[in-house]
Write a protein that binds this ligand. Structure first.
Ligand code: CA
Length: 358
């Protein structure tokens, strides 16, 4: 029975009924959205981040909007999320922009760039440095509106079964490392392999790959990677502050009343901050467990190796600029922002971190 019929059915006249009529007249129909994700449902940090975003939209809208989260493969496979939201199969998606390199090379700048921006720097570029406007421009031809909804912080360099003491140790190294980082490893003489998260453990354990990166201690501990490799290297030069994203179907967004549009976008800002806070809070506890309980050997990549990787990264990243006009535009904005924020952080974050470590 619909509420309106119910009200009619019980008749008018009592005080209780008239307040029910008022409530019914002012209630808006509930807007129900589907969110497809590129992660397994409830996956720590990433899947839980999608849940948090959905819950926040529901709460901030006072229940006027309800977003239901679907894990990878529940409606569409992980890497079909972008197309699914583009054509309106779901109203929103949850992923990372580097997955859509095949759609637009420029998308990669909005997820992770080797030796690029940290989490705080990415947010500064996006919100106050022109990045968000460019991101919208890159996704517009796909009928999508993007927003940042989380960040992993600086990742780890990965899990290795042999020590990396010099560049020569990267030669012939078969490593799971996707995206631009993989291209850099290739130029350093290694063999990058692309594998979904679910296959990392067995591939490393069987020796099909020599090394793998994933995210950081919080996620890597959950995957049990310490049972398949001895050495855990840092820092994650290839993913210094990976931004996670939502992409929203343009018609679905435009159909929202103005206040709900603002609520959705502000819920994204809250989720963006919350995921970074979760990773930062949980990573060190997990790292401690890896080192003390599972006897993992924590190692820093030698400076010589990092320097070479940085030079190769600059090469690989600047080549994207030549792919098409929008990639050039995004590269120019990203690079000039990076240059000036490095100057500022030299005398702020960087100087303070050094001072604290004295
Ligand atoms: Ca990673």
């Amino acid at each position: 029975m619909k509420r309106r019929d119910f009200v009619k059915g019980i008749g008018i006249g009592t005080l209780a009924t008239s307040s029910l009529v008022t409530a019914t007249a002012s209630a808006k129909p509930k807007i129900k959205w589907k969110m497809v994700t590129t992660w397994p449902k409830n996956f720590p940090g990433l899947g839980t981040g999608a849940n948090f975003l959905a819950k926040t939209i529901g709460e901030m809208s006072g229940g006027r909007m309800e977003v239901k989260v679907y894990g990878a493969k529940e409606i569409v496979p992980a890497f079909e999320s972008f197309d699914a939201v583009s054509r309106g199969t779901a109203e929103m998606g949850h992923g990372a922009a580097y997955y859509w390199k095949g759609k637009s090379e420029a998308a990669q700048f909005f997820a992770a760039v080797p030796f690029g921006l940290t989490a705080q720097e990415m947010n500064s570029w996006l919100y106050h440095g022109g990045g968000m406007e460019l991101w919208r421009e890159v996704y517009a031809p796909f009928n999508l509106i993007p927003a940042a909804i989380g960040n992993s912080g600086v990742q780890m360099a990965g899990w290795f079964n042999k020590e990396i003491n010099s560049l020569a140790d990267l030669k012939g190294l078969k490593m799971r490392i996707p995206g631009l980082g993989g291209e850099v490893l290739k130029r350093a003489g290694g063999t990058p392999v692309s594998l979904p998260g679910g296959e990392l453990f067995t591939s490393l354990k069987s020796g099909a790959i020599d090394a793998t990166e994933w995210v950081g201690p919080y996620n890597d501990l959950a995957f049990g990677l310490y049972k398949a490799a001895k050495y855990y290297y840092y820092p994650g030069w290839h993913e210094p502050g990976t931004t996670l994203e939502t992409f929203i179907n343009k018609e679905a967004f435009n159909a929202l009343p103005d206040d709900l549009k603002i609520i959705v976008m502000n819920a994204c800002r809250i989720a963006n901050q919350d995921m970074l806070a979760e990773y930062t809070a949980r990573n060190n506890k997990a790292l401690h467990t890896l080192v003390t309980k599972h006897k993992v050997q924590l190692k820093k990549l030698p400076d010589e190796v990092l320097l070479k990787l940085r030079i190769l990264s600059d090469e690989v990243v600047s080549e994207i600029a030549g792919k098409d006009p929008i990639s050039r535009k995004v590269f120019d904005s990203f690079s000039s922002f990076r240059k000036q924020v490095i100057e500022w952080h030299k005398v702020s974050e960087h100087a303070y971190m050094n001072a604290r470590a004295l």
